[in-house]
Design a protein around this ligand. Structure first.
Ligand code: SF4
Length: 444
C-alpha cells in the first residue's frame, strides 16, 4: 500500500466549511479522492472520488454539521479507489474514523495478528489498522494517550494521523516524523499536513513534533510527547511535494528550494545563455541557480495549469499524455540559445526526455540539465509513490547513461551533502537517495 495524502482536523465553529477550504489548500497532496467526517452524536462521513470541489459540489457540504471534523485528500497507487478516507472502522464496541498520511511497514503481519484475535477488517488499506490498534489498546488502558503509546510501540512506518471517535479527536505524528504535520490555534484548534493550509484562518502555527499526540475533547486540548525516535523528516517534502509557502520543521520550503539551486550552481556550473525551469516545482531552484551562476533566468516553459501533476497520476499511458498537454516552450526565449534546464528531480526519465526534445524542436542550441536533488535510486516504503527500482532511471545506470537516455548535452545532480546544506537539516530521511532506511520504521 502506498499513499501520499493530506490530512486535516479541527475543533472550531463552521468546522466542515473550514475543512473544505483547508482540503482545497492541500489538494496538491492528493487528487483522487477527498472526504470529511464530522461528529454530531455519531460519525457522519461524506467522501468520494475526484477533487475536493467535485466531491463536495452542490449542497453536499451543507449536509455536514458539527464543530469537530477530520478531512483527507488522497492519492493512491494501489488498493481500491473506493478506499477513500476518512475510513471508518469498528472494534471493541467502538466506531472510529481515520485519516492518515503515510505507509505502515508492518501492516500485513500486524493485520494477521489482529485477525487471529478475532478483529474483522472492512478495508484493504493499512490506515484501518491504525484505528483498530488504537481502539484495542484504548479498551485495555482506558486512556487515549496510553493507547497511542501502545500504537507507537506496535505500528511501524510513517504516519501523521487523526482519529475521530466519541466526540473527540486524537492527532499524532509518528516518533520519527517522516510526514509533516502542523498545529494552529486561534478561534479553535486546527491541524493540517502543511501550515500553508492553516494560514487563511489567521492562526498561530507550529510544527507537531515527532511522537507528539494531541487530544481534543469537550474539555479543550491536551498534548504530550509520548515517544521520540531519531527524527528523519522526508527530504522530498522540500524537494517536490510540499507547497513552497509551507514551513516544515522550521524550514521554509521555498527558501530550501532556492538554496538547492544555489548549491547546484556551485557544484555543477553550466555554460549557458539562459536558465529556465520545469514549472512549477523547478522554479525556485532555477532562480537559485541563476542567482549564483549569473546566467539570466527566463520563463522558457509554460504550464497548462488545468492539468494535474504528472508524477502523482497512476499509469504510464496517462503520464505520457499529460506531459504533452501540460508544457509548452516559449520559442523566443529558447531559439538559438544554450539552455540550462533546472528541475527538482528525475524519476523515470520519460518526462525529462520529452522536455529536452521539445526544447530542441523549439530551437535550443544546447540543453544542459541540472537536477536540484541527487539521483533517486531506491524505493520508498514510507508513504511516497516512488516506482520499483527497475522503473527508476538512475537506479542502475551512471549519470552519463541517464544523460544519454534523456538526450541532454550535459547532466548534473545536486550531491547529498549539497542537499543537506540547502535544507539546513541533518535529521532527514534520504533513503530513496542513499538506500539507508531509518531503522525505527523497520524495527518489528
Ligand atoms: S525514502 Fe525518500 S520519499 Fe520516502 S520518506 Fe524517505 S526521503 Fe521521503
Amino acid at each position: 500500500m502506498r499513499e501520499k495524502c493530506g490530512i486535516f482536523a479541527a475543533k472550531t465553529e463552521n468546522a466542515p466549511k473550514k475543512a473544505y477550504y483547508a482540503l482545497l489548500a492541500l489538494q496538491h497532496r492528493g487528487q483522487e479522492s477527498a472526504g470529511i467526517s464530522v461528529w454530531r452524536n455519531k460519525i457522519k462521513t461524506i467522501k468520494g472520488l475526484g477533487l475536493v470541489s467535485e466531491v463536495f459540489k452542490g449542497n453536499k457540504l451543507r449536509q455536514l454539521k458539527g464543530s469537530i471534523v477530520i478531512g483527507h485528500v488522497r492519492y493512491s497507487t494501489s488498493g481500491s479507489l473506493n478506499e477513500a478516507q476518512p475510513l471508518e472502522a469498528f472494534c471493541c464496541g467502538k466506531h472510529i474514523a481515520v485519516v492518515h498520511n503515510g505507509t505502515l511497514t508492518n501492516f500485513l503481519p500486524l493485520r494477521r495478528h489482529y485477525e487471529r484475535l478475532g478483529v474483522k477488517f472492512k478495508h484493504s488499506v493499512d490506515s484501518e489498522l491504525l484505528g483498530i490498534s488504537f481502539l484495542w489498546h484504548l479498551r485495555e488502558t482506558g486512556d487515549e494517550f496510553e493507547a497511542m503509546g501502545e500504537v507507537f510501540g506496535e505500528v511501524k512506518g510513517a504516519y501523521s494521523l487523526a482519529f475521530l471517535f466519541d466526540g473527540k479527536i486524537l492527532v499524532a505524528r509518528d516518533p520519527v516524523g517522516f510526514r509533516p504535520l502542523s498545529y494552529g490555534s486561534g478561534d479553535g484548534y486546527y491541524f493540517a499536513s502543511e501550515d500553508s493550509a492553516l494560514r487563511m484562518f489567521n492562526l498561530e502555527t507550529k510544527d507537531v513534533r515527532p511522537g507528539e499526540v494531541f487530544l481534543l475533547s469537550e474539555d479543550g486540548i491536551e498534548s504530550r510527547i509520548i515517544e521520540t525516535g531519531e527524527h528523519h523528516g522526508c527530504v522530498f517534502e522540500y524537494i517536490y511535494f510540499a507547497r513552497p509557502d509551507s514551513t516544515i520543521d522550521g524550514v521554509n520550503v521555498y527558501t530550501a528550494r532556492v538554496r538547492m539551486g544555489e548549491e547546484l550552481a556551485k557544484e555543477s556550473p553550466a555554460d549557458g545563455d539562459v536558465v529556465i525551469a520545469v514549472p512549477d516545482s523547478g522554479r525556485a531552484a532555477a532562480l537559485g541557480f541563476s542567482r549564483i551562476s549569473g546566467i539570466p533566468y527566463s520563463e522558457g516553459l509554460i504550464k497548462n495549469r488545468y492539468i494535474g501533476r504528472t508524477f502523482i497520476t497512476p499509469g504510464q499511458f496517462y503520464r505520457e499524455l499529460k506531459v504533452k498537454l501540460k508544457l509548452s516552450p516559449v520559442r523566443k526565449v529558447i531559439e538559438g540559445k544554450s539552455v540550462v534546464l533546472v528541475d527538482d528531480s528525475i524519476v523515470r526519465g520519460t518526462t525529462m526526455k520529452r522536455i529536452v526534445s521539445m526544447l530542441r524542436r523549439a530551437g535550443a542550441r544546447e540543453v544542459h540539465v541540472r537536477i536540484a536533488s541527487p539521483p533517486i535510486r531506491y524505493p520508498c516504503y514510507m508513504g511516497v509513490d516512488i516506482p520499483t527500482r527497475h522503473e527508476l532511471i538512475a537506479a542502475f545506470g551512471s549519470v552519463e547513461k541517464v544523460r544519454e537516455s534523456i538526450g541532454a548535452d550535459s547532466l548534473a545532480y545536486l550531491s547529498v551533502d549539497g542537499l543537506k546544506k540547502a535544507v539546513g537539516r541533518r535529521d532527514l530521511c534520504l533513503a530513496c537517495l542513499t538506500g539507508e532506511y531509518p531503522e525505527w520504521a523497520f524495527r518489528f
